[in-house]
Structures are given as C-alpha cells and as structure tokens.
Write a protein that binds this ligand. Structure first.
Ligand SMILES: Nc1ncnc2c1ncn2[C@@H]1O[C@H](COP(=O)(O)OP(=O)(O)O)[C@@H](O)[C@H]1O
Ligand SMILES: [Mg+2]
Length: 441
C-alpha cells in the first residue's frame, strides 16, 4: 500500500519502527528510519526474531515472499539482519526491557541463537508473549548437560557422559574416573554458550584433560565430559513442528566439519540406508513432540563406525545444516520456521534434486587482495549455476560470511557436485581456484 497523501486515516495504518529514537537508544538507525514507515500487514502478522545474524537475515528474506517483514532485535544497525529488515529494534538479548520492546505487538517471538537468558523468556511467557520455541523446550538447546540428561531419560541414544559441575575436587575425581574408563579418548564441552567448535576440547590424555578442566573451572565455565565417539560421519536430521502438532522432516544430511565447524553439507546423506534415515527422522520428530518444540529443529547426530546413531546436540532454530534447503528443497528451512512459529500449515520438504551440496564461505586466514565484489563476479562467470548467499559480514579468519549451494544436475554424482560446491566456496574465501584454473591462461 503506497503512502499516499490526503488520506488522514491512512496514517494510523503505518507504524514507525524507530520506536526508541526518542530515548536515543536507536542512535545508530539510519536518518531516514521514520521515512521507512511500515504498512500494517494484511498478510502475515508480525514475527520477532531475537538476534540479527545471518539466520535472521535469511528468515527475513523468506518473510518477504510471504508479504512480511521480520522484526529483529539486533545489537547494532550493521548486524546482517538489521542491514536488510525495515523493522529493527536495537538492543540486547540480555535485557528484558529490550526483549519486551521487540515483542510488543508481535504474535510470536523466536530466535536466531541460543543466547537469551531463560529467566527472561519465562518472564515474557508469564506476560503472555508467545515464545517459540517455548523456554521449556529451548533449555535443551541451551544447556548440553540438561539435553544429555533429558535424552537419556527419553531413551534416545547419546554418547556416554559425565557431569563435571560442583565441588572442584569431586568433579576432578569424576573426570579422572571417566577419562580412565574411556582410555582418555574424551571430549570436554562447555555446558552453555559454545558454538562452531568454541567450547569443545578434544583431548587424548589425562594431563591435557585436567589442564583444560582446571583452566575452564577457574574461568567459571561449567563443563561436561563425553566419550570421543568413533564415528563414520556426522549427520543432521532437520525437522519442523507447529503448535498444532504438524511435523515435517527434510531428508537427513551429512555434515562435514573442519576445525570443529560445519564446512560442507551433502543432502541427502550419501549411501544412508532408508531404514537409518527414517530412524533419524523419527527420533527428531518424536523428540520435538516430547519437548514441545515449535519451529525448525536440527538434531545433530553421529553415525558410529558400528552403524549406530548417537545424538550430539540440538538447535531449535534455522541451522547451518539446513542452508541447502534454500535452493535444494521445495520449502526452505527459513520459510518453514516462519510457518511453524505462526502455526500455519507446513510446506513440502521434498528435495528438488538427487543431490544438493552446501559449502560455507569462511573468512580466509588472510583476506585476499581481490575484493569480494570481484570474486563474486568471477564466480558468476565461471559457475552460473552456483547459488551464492552472502551475509553482509566482514571477513575474519574462519568466520562464516556466506555459503554456496550447488544443486546437482540429473545423474551428476555426489563427488562432482561436492567438488563444485567446495571449489566455489574456496574461491569466494581465498580468491584461489582449487583446480588451478586461471582465467588468463
Ligand atoms: N563426543 C564427541 N566425539 C567426537 N567428536 C565430537 C564429540 N562431540 C563433539 N565432537 C566434534 O566437535 C564438533 C562440535 O561439537 P558440538 O557439541 O556440536 O559443539 P558446537 O556447539 O560447537 O557445534 C562436532 O560437530 C564434532 O565434530
Ligand atoms: Mg554442533
């Protein structure tokens, strides 16, 4: 609806989103924020996402197609989602009043990260805000110990683990007992706050494990220990669930990690038996239903060398292992998340091709001299079918700044699609063709 003059009633249908400009808190908002008044929606009601990162940015992208503008609570106007949404609340996810401002008038509050304190979410729920997923479910994505305990109770397979909370001496004793039982093939993990491998220490001997434990204990970091799983590979079973109870599962994918961080996703996971894939999907759907999850959820899994599945962790938000769906599935994880939090019917999760490969564009150890603009230009010229997704983030070593999806052609084998996706992503990161190609030769 255009902002046409002469209709006084119209004015009431527009909401200026720089709501905090009078307090000065929104000083970073563009000067024309007031001019970017947003018409009241007549399609979807407002959804607020806490966090202004790439997941919110891509959820906003999906919301546009549905006639919607995602409202985001972002730390700064330069956050990836704040750059693109016209409905930005600048504030902190740690501040209850900021959360309240972001939630005001929205039908649902959801997340692009796990960082919001649970007590704030409980307070919002008590005030009638529809927190999706609800705090009672989200705790199991925030707290790796609570998740391990709950999944064990529910009979879901998890790696053997030990709780290292409490008294230093007793916890050290439990660590030594656990370490010796597993030949010191163990992993130490921060219970909260870890991501992309930060907060995970893979060790193979007692002195190293105790050194990590002591250091983290002194820094106030709560840890668990886990057996180091002998695995064939890592998988992810991504699903969505709506409050109505509808569930949908995408094909189970293989995730390839480098330096503790997801680098590549192959959809569907190659050579995964239909029986194992179904088991993974059922585990994920059943768990979401038991926990009352709303929205999308990724269940990260280890496929052991014996062919067993063990649950590694849960993410109750769009997830890196679902980025392939943007180009490789009928419904993307971002649109599905919106549908689920709005309690709308879910979209078709069928893949569009026999194989789709996603490769993350990570900041290089040393940012190349060639600009990102020029790299994009070259990639477009050489690989016209590469689907490029950039997040509007600066380059820093190993930082996720974008991803590339390659949707396989009929009959194209997985290795060839993967090679193309990784070649494209490496080019975008490093300005270097892994196959030695030189446009000038
Ligand atoms: N118990 C384990 N055994 C073997 N490898 C593990 C184990 N736990 C984690 N890892 C490796 O570390 C990565 C990151 O661990 P994860 O618990 O998923 O933390 P994050 O929150 O950083 O994703 C996993 O994807 C896997 O590659
Ligand atoms: Mg993980």
């Amino acid at each position: 609806m255009p902002l046409s003059g002469g209709n006084a009633d119209r004015a009431t249908m527009y909401r200026v989103t720089a709501r905090d400009s009078d307090t000065g808190a929104n000083a970073a908002a563009p000067p024309d924020a007031a001019a970017r008044a947003i018409p009241e929606r007549d399609v979807l009601p407002t959804v607020t996402m806490i966090g202004g990162g790439q997941l919110a940015r891509m959820t906003h992208q999906a919301s546009i197609a549905l006639g919607e503008c995602l409202r985001v609570l972002a730390a700064s106007a330069t956050d990836p989602a704040a750059q693109v949404s016209a409905d930005v609340v600048i504030g902190s996810h740690d501040d209850l009043d900021d959360l309240r401002r972001a939630a005001a008038g929205a039908v649902a509050l959801t997340f692009d990260h796990e960082g919001v304190p649970l007590e704030h979410l409980r307070a919002l729920e008590a005030e009638g805000v529809a927190v999706r997923p609800p705090s009672a479910a989200l705790v199991f994505a925030q707290d790796k110990r609570a998740m391990r305990v709950k999944l064990s109770e529910l009979g879901l397979p998890v790696p053997d683990f030990a709780d290292l909370a409490g008294d230093l001496g007793l916890a050290r004793g439990r660590l030594v007992e656990f370490g010796e039982r597993h030949g010191w093939n163990i992993v130490l993990k921060a219970v909260r706050g870890g991501y992309d491998g930060r907060g995970v220490w893979i060790v193979d001997n007692g002195p190293d494990a105790l050194a990590v434990f002591d250091e983290q204990f002194n820094a106030g970091v709560d840890l668990i220990a886990e057996e180091k799983v002998q695995m064939r590979r890592e998988l992810s079973a991504m699903i969505a669930r709506s409050p109505f109870g509808q569930g949908g599962a995408w094909p189970v994918v293989e995730t390839v990690q480098r330096r503790g961080q997801c680098a590549v996703v192959i959809a569907p996971a190659p050579e995964l038996s239909a029986e194992t894939a179904e088991r993974a999907q059922e585990m994920s759907l059943r768990l979401a239903s038991e926990l009352g999850v709303v929205g999308v959820m990724a269940m990260e899994l280890f496929e052991t060398t014996d062919g067993e599945l063990l649950v590694n962790e849960l993410a109750m938000r769009p997830h890196n292992s679902g980025h392939w769906t943007m180009d490789g599935a009928v419904t993307s994880q971002f649109e599905q998340h919106l549908r689920a939090v709005l309690d709308y019917p879910l979209g078709d999760t069928a893949p569009r091709a026999e194989v789709t490969v996603m490769a993350n564009i990570l900041g290089a150890a040393q940012a190349p001299e060639m600009s990102m603009d020029e790299r994009t230009h070259h990639l477009m010229a050489r690989m016209p079918d590469a689907r490029i997704h950039l997040y509007g983030k600066g380059e820093r070593p190993d930082r996720k700044i974008g991803h590339v999806n390659i949707v396989g052609k009929p009959g194209e084998d997985v290795a060839a699609v993967r090679e193309r996706a990784e070649r494209a992503a490496h080019w975008m990161s490093d300005a270097e063709w892994t196959d030695g190609w030189d446009p000038h030769s």
